[in-house]
Design a protein around this ligand. Structure first.
Ligand code: TPP
Length: 376
């Protein structure tokens, strides 16, 4: 296991002294360390492509090297700036990528990580990005990366396996002190919906909690599309569904996901029918991957949502407020609900026991059955 603080200090000593990225569970301890020790030179970006651009800007301004960290699922977001900004055929910008290796071949992981894991190294090869798997010899590896970026002006990557970093104990703060938990908020939502209402929920623990609440209630899962991957795209997915049915489609988003592809929601609101029901669960952090802060409590989300075209934005922070907000949202179109929750979750939270394909098929059957009954 690699000592997280010593790893961080080795980066700093090798001129890798600026950090940008989107958190990942495999990089949780590293992210916590950077967030605690690098107050001025660290920005958690909206998405991984932004982090590549930010590190590029740092290099352009200072000739020094940025570090971009991400889960391998963020590589997709980063490909465009890696190929059209930092690539040697364009601006040739050096930086160090630190990539969490979810779904590493030969290990067990969730369905959304399997293909990404298989393709992580081939993708880096295709992008022409040299990489190393991070190991105990990290001091030599970082020194090598330093020399490589200095000589070639190209990005280089360290790919990080599960359980590589030691626990970083400093700076474990809660993101906020709201009373309500996300799981309590989701239970209140589910209690207020009926059998003809559908949920499209965001990646991470939100979807896992929805699955468990349905199990606990002895309800099926056919009304819920649990978007296990595709962070930030849930509102577009819900838009696609809501435009083809008259049933209510409840898009349950997270603040990190909302921020990642905010433009998707703006377009969704502009094109959404009244049955598109948007609910943002705001805990001010990326709770599912370690609780690293987002900017959600620093920006005016209700104003942003109103600006996107919602006629009304209701903010709730307790069960009663959620129930009354849902009632108002059910009765009118273009009403968004923001639910402020704390940054806690159960330690014993499990993962869906059914596959994404089974989940999709059940959801499709159920939604198709509502068209049939409408037609009778
Ligand atoms: C493109 C991409 N980048 C990073 C991740 C890793 N990831 C999974 S869940 C998550 C946090 C989501 O934060 P938020 O939407 O606020 O929901 P919360 O976990 O707080 O409920 C992240 C960063 C991912 N799945 N996809």
């Amino acid at each position: 296991m690699i000592d997280t603080k010593a790893f961080y200090e080795t980066l700093i000593n090798n001129d890798f002294d600026y950090f940008a990225g989107v958190p990942d569970s495999l990089l949780k301890e590293f992210c916590l360390c950077v967030n605690t020790l690098s107050k001025e030179n660290h920005i958690i970006t909206a998405n991984e492509g932004n982090a590549v651009a930010l590190a590029s800007g740092y290099n352009i301004a200072t000739s020094k090297y940025g570090v971009v960290y991400m889960q391998n699922s963020g590589l997709g977001n980063a490909v465009n700036p890696l190929l059209s900004l930092s690539d040697e055929k364009v601006y040739k910008i050096p930086m160090l990528l630190i990539i969490g290796y979810r779904g590493e071949p030969g290990t067990k992981d969730e369905p959304q990580h399997i293909k990404q894991g298989e393709l992580t190294l081939p993708l880096l090869d295709t992008l022409g990005i040299k990489y190393m798997i991070l190991c105990e010899n990290y001091m030599q590896q970082i020194k090598y990366c330093r020399d490589y970026v200095a000589e070639t002006s190209r990005p280089i990557a360290l790919v990080v396996r599960k359980d590589s970093f030691s626990k970083f104990e400093e700076g474990r703060n809660r993101a906020n002190t709201n009373a309500l938990s996300r799981e309590e908020a989701l239970a209140a939502i589910i209690e207020s919906l009926n059998d003809n209402d559908f949920i499209v929920s965001t990646t991470g623990k939100t979807s896992r909690e929805i699955f468990e609440i349905r199990e606990k209630n002895n309800e099926g899962h056919a009304n819920d599309f649990l978007t296990v991957g595709s962070m930030g795209h849930t509102s577009s997915l819900a838009l696609g569904i809501s435009r083809s049915t008259d049933k209510n489609i409840y898009c349950i988003d997270g603040d990190g996901a909302f921020i990642m592809h905010m433009g998707g929601l703006a377009v969704a609101v502009q094109n959404a029918p009244d049955n598109f029901k948007y609910i943002l669960i705001n805990n001010g952090c990326h709770e599912s991957v370690g609780g690293q802060p987002t900017i959600a409590y620093d920006i005016d989300i209700p104003k942003i949502l109103s600006g996107f075209g919602f006629k009304k934005v209701l903010v709730a922070d307790c069960k009663e407020a959620i129930v009354s907000a849902l009632k108002e949202q059910q009765e009118a179109g273009k009403v968004a609900i923001v639910i402020n929750v704390n940054s806690d979750s159960r330690k014993d939270l499990r993962r869906p026991t059914t596959t994404p394909i089974y989940n999709k098929e059940q959801f499709m059957k159920k939604i198709a059955s509502t068209y049939e009954s409408t037609n009778i």
